[in-house]
Design a protein around this ligand. Structure first.
Ligand SMILES: [Zn+2]
Length: 358
């Protein structure tokens, strides 16, 4: 959920790939990063757009304002910044946005994306990268297993890296492929072809990153679309066990005065699909709860955008500590601005997590 550092490496790889195909850059050029924004008078005035997929749960303009207000209140409390209310919210149809992205994508772009819709994912290569992730973690294997165990689709026979990585991959695969079968209210799959509608990669994380890179005119992007995908990059365990769902992220955007734009998917808050509810620890949310938790997520991303803060995993009072799986209620309940000031830990130092420019 969130800007994931490892997903950042995806972008760093793209820098290299794009460097080879389009620009006269040396191979393995070091990527550059978005500068820390200068925030005058502790006030920002973001532009806000909403990208709507008419097939997905309906979100009205009043709902979007509630999300914005929830985020603005938290940004004030946790970061001391005033987020001015934009004059309006522009609503864009997702088909128009994605047609443009597909027409303007780099030549090699799709080679980073696992085609799970057609069952063409090289899971062996995803597993190889997962094993590397597991072995690189500061936490011992037993700790990593303890964190993931409640969410695995099958019990572990033995606590070995091999068994654990197999169980995580099975979980990733099962949770991700669920979306090609699970249906929306229109009777068609959440992710898949719908007769009469264009077949566009709405659910692919990479395209939401590309949208920012191509300079969409916004600082905050909200959408009702579910973003769930698998890329050939280092995917952390907590993303794998969610089945590749990304709840939002902060991306380099040359059209933003802040240097980056944030996007947040509202689907994990609004859907009552059984897999989503399971990852929310069995909770169903009232409309107002859903909108307020989505606002928490937006404020989290704005912490990445405005101050380039990282993820203080060990302090659950922090807005910048990601939620576990999709358990937003437990996450929001623990937040305490006084116990997690900017500068209070290495991950809470401004500029610690910079979006790469690609
Ligand atoms: Zn984050």
């Amino acid at each position: 959920m969130n800007l994931k550092l490892s997903r950042r490496r995806f972008l760093a790889s793209l820098v290299i790939a794009i460097g080879i195909s389009c620009q006269p850059q040396p191979l393995f050029a070091e990527p550059s990063f978005v500068a820390l924004p200068k925030i005058e008078n502790s006030t920002v005035s973001p532009r806000l757009i909403y990208i709507e997929n008419p097939r997905f749960p309906k979100v009205g303009i009043d709902d979007l304002w509630k999300i914005f207000q929830s985020a603005a209140a938290l940004a004030k409390q946790h970061f001391g910044v005033t987020v001015s209310r934009p004059s309006h919210i522009q609503v864009l149809n997702i088909d128009n946005v994605f047609r443009d992205l597909v027409d303007n994508k780099p030549a090699d772009f799709d080679s980073f994306i696992g085609d799970f819709r057609n069952g063409n994912v090289d899971w062996e290569s995803v597993k190889k990268s997962l094993v590397e992730q597991i072995e690189k973690q500061a936490d011992p294997l037993s700790k990593q297993i303890e964190f993931a165990r409640p969410y695995l689709v099958r019990p572990l026979e033995e606590e070995t890296v091999e068994n654990f990585s197999n169980a995580v991959i099975e979980t990733f695969k099962a949770r991700l492929s669920h979306w090609t079968v699970a249906k929306l209210a229109d009777g068609h799959p959440v992710i898949g072809n719908v007769p009469g509608l264009p077949d566009l990669p709405y659910n692919e994380y990479g395209y939401w990153s590309l949208m920012a890179k191509l300079g969409i005119d916004a600082d905050i992007i909200l959408t009702n679309q579910l973003v769930a995908s698998v890329e050939y990059i280092d995917i952390p365990i907590h993303t794998s066990i969610r089945g590749g769902i990304t709840g939002g992220s902060t991306e380099y955007n040359p059209s933003s005065r802040l240097g980056s734009s944030v996007w947040v998917s509202l689907f994990p808050y609004l859907s009552n699909d059984k897999r989503i509810v399971e990852l929310r620890n069995g909770d169903t949310y009232s409309r107002n709860e859903a909108l307020s938790y989505a606002g928490v997520m937006l404020a989290h991303e704005m912490g990445h955008q405005l101050y380039q803060l990282g993820h203080p995993w060990s302090n659950d009072a922090c807005l910048m500590r990601p939620a576990e799986v999709l358990d937003f209620a437990a996450w929001a309940k623990k937040l305490d601005a006084i116990r997690c000031r900017i500068g209070s830990s290495p991950a809470m130092m401004p500029g610690v997590m910079k979006p790469p420019i690609w």
